[in-house]
Design a binder for this molecule. Structure first.
Ligand code: SAM
Length: 326
């Protein structure tokens, strides 16, 4: 736990709380964009690509009627994807009050932008820190879930061992045996590789930069201290906050302690190359427009956006045990 290995000092703890707060405040302050603002974003094609990847994961693993737990659900950008998968129930949890409000608005479909019919599933939204709280205490009436999703957010749990463990303990406690945990997060291998290739402690391109503090001047990351490896991440028109490195092999081992076994892990580039070959997902990509008309390898996604997508990976874990028979 947080008390072992010298990470649990009181000072470190409160610093920790304020880091989580900074992340929350950052996301809370970003309110819904208009459609026009969105289309003019310098990373519009990257956003579309990310949506395609999340849609593919959801289509591959969600089944009609599923009970869904969306950790760090944000503004509910995935609600439509879950609706298309015809899930039966949705619980979204996020630390940012502003995002939960936007998510509620989107679910209720009462903004000009969303002239769509209501979602076909009931939903519950909760504002709390998913990596601090024991979610089973909030959700004992809703559990067990068939599928849990944590998109672009699990790395915020790796600030301390206690938080990384609470995140996995929550997923494990709430999934049914055989239940699926899907997610996306930064690919630490790529980030550390880029850092080592760069001259200083910063690297990036026209749409992003990552900056490590002087404490990492040697660019060494001993496996004995895998939590709390912080960097600053800036993505044009999207993110500007502290993040933490998640060494994937250690994440896999930690997940196993919570009965979550690795099913799949792919860097986004590999993910795109593999699933874009499947006709149903090619068609989805064409509709989303991330890669333009699909005749070129990268289409309308800029080289710099394509480089950002290389910083991420998708994972699928499965909760040990046999699914209950009906
Ligand atoms: N999952 C959404 C998506 O894919 O559109 C949002 C992703 S956004 C990059 C990261 C989200 O993680 C933000 O909404 C932020 O508020 C949330 N988050 C960060 N730390 C969190 C925590 N400790 N507990 C719950 N949510 C958290």
């Amino acid at each position: 736990g947080a008390g072992s290995g010298g990470y649990g000092a009181q000072q470190g703890y409160s610093e920790e709380r304020s880091s989580a707060r900074r992340v929350a405040d950052h996301y809370s302050a970003r309110s819904n964009q208009t459609l026009e603002e969105r289309e003019n974003s310098p990373i519009i094609h990257l956003k579309k690509l990310n949506n395609w990847i999340k849609s593919v994961l959801i289509q591959l693993y969600a089944r009609p009627g599923d009970c869904v737990l969306d950790l760090a659900c944000g503004k509910g950008g995935d609600l439509i994807k879950w609706d298309k998968a015809r899930v039966g129930y949705y619980v979204g949890v996020d630390i940012a009050e502003g995002s939960i409000k936007d998510c509620m608005t989107r679910y209720n479909g009462d903004t000009d932008q969303q002239r769509r019919k209501k979602f076909s599933f009931p939903a519950r939204l909760i504002c709390t820190d998913c990596y601090e709280a024991r979610l089973d205490e909030y959700l004992y009436e809703d559990a067990p879930f068939d599928i849990c999703s944590c998109q672009f957010a699990l790395h915020y749990s790796w600030s301390t061992e206690a938080r990384a463990r609470q995140a996995l303990a929550n997923v494990s406690a709430l999934l049914r045996p055989g239940g699926i945990f899907i997610g996306t997060m930064p690919d630490a291998n790529v980030i550390i590789k880029r850092l080592r290739e760069s001259e200083g402690l910063e690297f990036g391109n026209s749409v992003y930069w990552i900056s490590f503090g002087e404490e990492y001047a040697e660019k060494k990351f001993p496996a004995s201290r895998p939590f709390g490896i912080k960097y600053k991440f800036h993505l044009e028109d999207a993110v500007d906050c502290p993040e933490w490195v998640v060494p994937f092999h250690l994440f896999k081992l930690l997940a196993e302690e919570y009965d979550l076994e690795l099913v799949l892990m792919k860097n986004f580039h590999e993910f795109v190359h593999e699933y874009l070959q499947k006709p149903e997902f090619t068609e989805l990509m064409r509709r989303l427009g991330a890669l333009g008309d699909g005749r070129q390898d990268q289409g309308t996604l800029s080289q710099d956006e394509w480089e950002v997508s290389y910083l991420y990976l998708a994972f699928v874990l499965r909760k040990r045990g046999q699914p209950p028979t009906q």
